[in-house]
Design a protein around this ligand. Structure first.
Ligand SMILES: *Cc1c(COP(=O)(O)O)cnc(C)c1O
Length: 358
């Protein structure tokens, strides 16, 4: 091969497709296990066939006007402060692209969302990974200390994927006020709907107060639309404009826009599902602790087992004994992330965990 790839790609992992194991319980990607809401499926079917409005022979509305209005109302913010993207992971990449380039630094905790080092390196910027505390929380003081004159962006994930821990309002305000105000601070709230901690930071409120703060949310997890790719950012209008400049055109397709509008209107059906996830999360946490595992208190729809280098062995044990697929991060700072599924699915995982030779 003689094509010259950018050297920034050298350190990036090649995509490894997730294995699909027939009949297995999948607790690996933080999806909700309920089937799609019927009105969402119906809205998609209608939109697909409606040639007078936005049938799929037509390009979608590039600014997703209706969806942006609905989201603005949902978060009680002016619509100039809202922008949608092809999943919030696409917005993560766009955020890095608008502020960082070769030699710049992007700071985040580790472990945190596995996409952060990838989207950082794609632009040629350097990831600065700050270890979490002994109790698996983001170390906000150390994150602030890691900022240099080359720092352009900081990701703060709360609840943190994969450790499940949250950042509180007082500590995040302290961090924001300590860090230079030309550093973009991205509060990633992909799991907000499962967070029952009353002290948790609210990214939308902080973004309204500090112009260098952006919050990211997604329809993938709580709204059950992972397969359709819709996320959004709430930020200062200047940041929204910059994000639109680097967006892939028409990234949020017309069926995704219609589905997102319908799912957003289904709060009364979805909220009981979120409460059921929270109840199961607390049951699973207690049962795993009872079985002798260390389990940080999670405010997300998954739990974290900090098993380090034994993570891969645990995941393999779950698969071979109970056909349960969990997500292993098999290295020294690693562990196993287990999505909260339906009660019987969680019971199968617990069965495997109890029989693991520790
Ligand atoms: C799942 C997840 C996202 C994004 O999901 P999308 O499907 O791209 O919207 C973003 N951040 C974190 C921390 C996540 O876990």
């Amino acid at each position: 091969m003689t094509v010259r790839f950018r050297s920034a790609l050298d350190g990036l992992p090649a995509y490894a497709p997730g294995r699909s194991v027939p009949g297995a319980v999948k607790l690996a990607s933080n999806e909700l296990s309920w089937p799609t809401l019927p009105q969402v499926a119906e809205a998609i079917a209608v939109a697909a066939g409606d040639e007078h409005t936005r049938g799929i022979n037509r390009y979608p509305d590039n600014t997703a006007e209706h969806l942006v209005s609905a989201l603005a109302e949902h978060v009680d913010q002016p619509r100039e402060r809202l922008v949608v993207g092809g999943g919030s992971v696409a917005l993560c990449q766009q955020l890095v692209q608008i502020v960082a380039g070769d030699g710049d630094e992007v700071v985040f905790g580790w472990r945190s969302f596995e996409a952060y080092p990838i989207v950082t390196q794609i632009t040629g910027a350097r990831p600065v990974m700050v270890p979490v505390t002994g109790d698996h929380r983001l170390d906000l003081a150390a994150l602030a200390d890691a900022v240099t004159e080359r720092t352009r962006l900081m990701f703060v994930c709360t609840p943190n994927n994969p450790t499940g821990t949250v950042v509180h309002t007082d500590e995040l305000v302290e961090l924001i006020e300590r860090v230079r105000d030309d550093v973009l601070i991205v509060v990633d709230e992909a799991y907000r709907e499962f967070d029952t901690d009353p002290d948790s930071a609210d990214g939308v409120a902080l973004a309204a107060r500090y112009p260098n703060v952006v919050t990211l949310r997604t329809l993938s997890k709580a709204y059950q639309l992972a397969g359709l790719r819709v996320g959004y950012a709430v930020a200062d209008p200047s940041i929204v404009t910059a994000l639109r400049k680097v967006a892939i055109p028409f990234a949020v397709n017309s069926l995704a826009q219609v589905a997102a509008l319908t799912a957003l209107a289904a709060q009364t059906e979805l909220a009981p599902r979120w409460r059921a996830v929270v109840a199961e999360r607390d049951r699973v946490t207690a049962a795993l602790r009872e079985a002798g595992f260390e389990v940080p208190t999670s405010q997300a729809n998954f739990v974290w087992l900090p098993l380090g280098t034994r993570a891969a062995a645990f995941a393999e044990h779950c698969e071979t004994t109970e056909k349960v697929i969990v997500r292993a991060f098999p290295d020294a700072t690693g562990g196993v992330r287990i999505t909260i599924g339906a009660p019987q699915e969680n019971d199968r995982m617990l069965q495997a965990a109890r029989s693991w030779p520790r």
